[in-house]
Ligand binder design. Structure first.
Ligand code: GDP
Length: 389
């Protein structure tokens, strides 16, 4: 990063703006294109496809969603690229017990090298086949995680019992799975109890947190942006990751130029800004389909979720005109006055005096958009969870 700043500074000081622009664009593009391949395996009916959709914040029937409930016949591996980050792919594998291949052959056939980690799903206790596969994955020096799916079914079934405690039910299922795996020779297995219908409950966010911790650093933001906003921690992490990129967009807007904004006396790259704000909306899950899905999962009506949002940004398609409108309205207030925070980057990038107003305006405006949308994401999340308390 620092190397990039220094090299951009050098280009700008030598009046080579096009090179500076292409370097920043390349960095931002590279960040969007970090590959991440996640293998999901388990018996037919274990809940793989539903998990894949919930992980990415999709439901069955959404564009790009994995079809669920399909009977499978061959060792076909189906890739599900993330709709917004196509280099991030979840791969749906048939459970290896349903194929005629031994575990090592199975892994060879699915080209295990390309996967960053494996998730082994079962709707019940883990069976001999799950364990064989895990052991083989371990031999290949890859990481694996056990996911016990459809936890909501167990919880709802136990709710009918007289002496019911949710915590006791969850502890029993967890101990049962861990014990079963240990007996079959897996040392300290990690088991996550998940409901893909209610990903904001149980261990879904713990799984995401664990993956985040155990992935190499350069892949962490990729995973973070591709996963649904199902905990406060994830929302805050997304915000921090986006925040750290704003200086590059501001430098781009300053160097590449754009449309003059009335009253602001700065030129801004409005299309770039519209694309960035759209990414914020999508990654925070504030777009209409995501909110409708959250509403369906939690039982909170879509309109109630919309009502808690302060910003109108997420409620309509974000284009240049809309960004322009918000920026112009700022110009009449004092919101967009360049802050010391923005100005500190000017010497770092070597932004010339003539471009500094564009830099500071873009920087401050993007921070404003990000703060507003992150706050909305937190409010929506809290509202969605309020019914489960
Ligand atoms: P796959 O064959 O492993 O891909 O399994 P699917 O995802 O198609 O799921 C099989 C069935 O289990 C479908 O009817 C799903 O709706 C259901 N299912 C999947 N995950 C869950 C879950 O978390 N909770 C409940 N209650 N049902 C689920």
């Amino acid at each position: 990063m620092d190397i990039l700043c220094a090299s951009v500074r050098n280009d700008l000081q030598n009046n080579d703006t096009p090179t500076a622009v292409s370097k920043i664009k390349e960095l931002l593009e590279d960040q969007k294109n970090i590959p991440l391949n996640i293998a999901i395996t388990g018996e037919t009916g274990a809940g793989k496809s539903t998990f894949i959709n919930a992980f990415r914040g999709l439901t069955d029937g959404d564009e790009g969603a994995a079809p669920t409930g399909v009977v499978e016949t061959t060792l076909e591996v189906t890739p599900y690229p993330h709709p917004n980050y196509p280099k991030i792919t979840l791969w749906d594998f048939p459970g290896f017990g349903t194929t005629k291949f031994p575990a090592d052959e199975y892994l060879k056939r699915v080209e295990f090298e390309k996967f960053d980690f494996f998730i082994i799903i079962s709707a019940d206790r883990f069976k001999e086949n799950d364990v064989k596969l895990a052991q083989e994955i371990q031999k290949m020096k890859k990481k694996f995680y056990f996911v016990r799916s459809k936890i909501d079914n167990n919880i709802h079934a136990n709710e009918r019992m007289k002496k019911y405690s949710k915590e006791t039910t969850l502890t029993q299922i967890r101990e049962n799975c861990v014990q079963g795996l240990k007996e079959q020779g897996v040392e300290s297995p990690q088991v996550f109890l998940v409901s893909s219908f209610e990903p904001h409950l149980y261990d879904f966010s713990l799984l995401q947190k664990t993956l985040d911790k155990e992935l190499p650093e350069h892949q962490r933001d990729a995973l973070l942006f591709a996963t649904s906003s199902i905990s406060l921690e994830i929302i805050n992490k997304k915000k921090a990751a986006f925040q750290s990129r704003i200086k590059y967009y501001a430098a781009l807007s300053a160097a590449a130029g754009g449309a003059p904004i009335p009253l602001l006396y700065a030129t801004i790259d409005l299309s770039m800004m519209a694309a960035v704000v759209t990414e914020y909306v999508n990654v925070f899950g504030l777009d209409k389909p995501s909110l409708e899905r959250l509403g369906a999962n939690t039982g909170v009506p879509y309109s109630d979720l919309c009502d808690v949002m302060k910003s109108s940004l997420a409620k309509q398609k974000i284009d240049k005109g809309q960004i322009m409108k918000v920026l112009t309205s700022f110009a009449q207030t004092t919101v967009l006055q360049a802050t010391g925070e923005a100005a500190k980057w000017i010497p770092v990038f070597g932004i010339a005096a003539g471009m500094s107003l564009s830099f500071c305006t873009t920087y401050t405006a993007l921070n404003y958009f990000l703060d507003t949308l992150a706050e909305d994401a937190l409010k929506v999340y809290e509202r969605a969870l309020s019914v489960n308390k």
